[in-house]
Design a protein around this ligand. Structure first.
Ligand code: NAD
Length: 285
């Protein structure tokens, strides 16, 4: 939930975060393709794991903030000038790196599903903006934890594009201030110790209740209240499919758990599901 970044390209120069790829079993990819092909109102729920193949560390994996340092809290922004200065210092170099990151096959597969009319939308815990960068309709992306691509004034509420603040950061030193009222600026992400904003949560719940398939991709499902969304979808009658490198507390509720890397798995399953489309229309008359 912090908006600095600590990208660490691998020795090979590629930007994946885990050295060991996990290739999903072909039978699981086929089953996933079948679920995607059968669904008409897919909602994807994405976590940091969908972006590790683009080079952004997840939370608890290699290079993640769990091991690299404490992100700032709301209290830090409100009262702790030293913590703010440290935050902006990290962001001076970190934001440029994050802004340069490209979406991967997982983000692009979701865009294909959206364009095929099967995906209602994406609920994301991520702050990296990669769904929109891949071409997702921004109105169909709910960012539960805000975005790293904006900065907000704590006093007057003006929202600044992160690129404008970045220009300032690269021209000068110290802490940027709001150019409208001189107030303290903060990242437009949900910070530790801060309640989740109501409107994104309301939209996310509405998506979850409308879904006929909830597809959870790369989330450890331990951050609340976001992790309740798959439960809401299941209670409203949706099927549940998961793609993750490791198990999650909700695996037991899922119709299908695919153990594998999100990008390759989702790209292959989506390709298969969309290729079956003409045969399905023929079969159902
Ligand atoms: P998390 O780090 O707790 O869990 C990520 C999960 O994805 C893990 O279970 C991991 O095994 C799995 N994973 C990693 N790479 C994968 C891959 N290539 N394919 C499939 N699975 C993969 O992340 P979370 O559940 O999203 O919660 C952490 C919080 O940190 C979120 O609130 C999020 O806002 C924030 N965060 C965001 C970003 C980002 O915007 N990209 C990055 C780090 C943290």
């Amino acid at each position: 939930m912090n908006s600095g970044s600590n990208l660490t390209p691998s020795a090979a120069g590629e930007r994946r975060q885990y050295a060991d790829p996990i290739v999903a079993a072909e039978s699981d990819v086929d089953l996933l393709a079948g679920l995607l092909a059968d669904a008409g109102r897919i909602v994807s729920f994405t976590g940091a794991g969908i972006s590790t193949e683009s080079g952004i560390p997840d939370y608890r994996g290699p290079g993640g903030v769990w091991s690299t340092g404490k992100p700032p809290t709301l209290d830090d922004f409100l009262t702790n000038e030293a913590a703010r200065l440290e935050y902006w210092e990290r962001r001076r170099t970190g934001y440029r790196q994050m802004a340069a990151v490209e979406p991967n096959g997982g983000h692009r597969a979701l865009v294909e599903l959206e364009r095929s009319g099967r995906l209602l939308g994406t609920i994301t815990q991520n702050i990296d903006g990669l769904h929109q960068k891949a071409g997702a309709d921004p109105d169909r992306v709910v960012e539960l934890h805000g975005t790293a691509h904006a900065v907000r004034c704590l006093s007057c509420g003006t929202v600044w594009p992160a690129s404008e603040i970045q220009e300032w950061l690269e021209r000068t030193t110290g802490e940027p201030r709001c150019q409208v009222c001189g107030g303290i600026l903060r990242s437009a992400t949900v910070l530790f110790g801060e309640a989740m904003p109501v409107e994104p949560l309301r939209r996310a719940i509405a998506f979850a209740q409308e879904a006929d398939l909830m597809l959870v991709i790369g989330s450890s499902l331990v951050v609340q209240p976001a992790a309740r969304l798959p439960l809401i979808a299941v209670r409203a009658g949706a099927r549940l499919a998961m793609i993750n490198r490791e198990s999650t507390p909700l695996d037991r509720l899922a119709d299908l758990v695919v153990r594998g890397d999100a990008g390759r798995t989702l790209a292959t399953a989506t390709g298969l599901a969309l290729a079956w489309e003409p045969f399905r229309s023929y079969a159902t008359g």
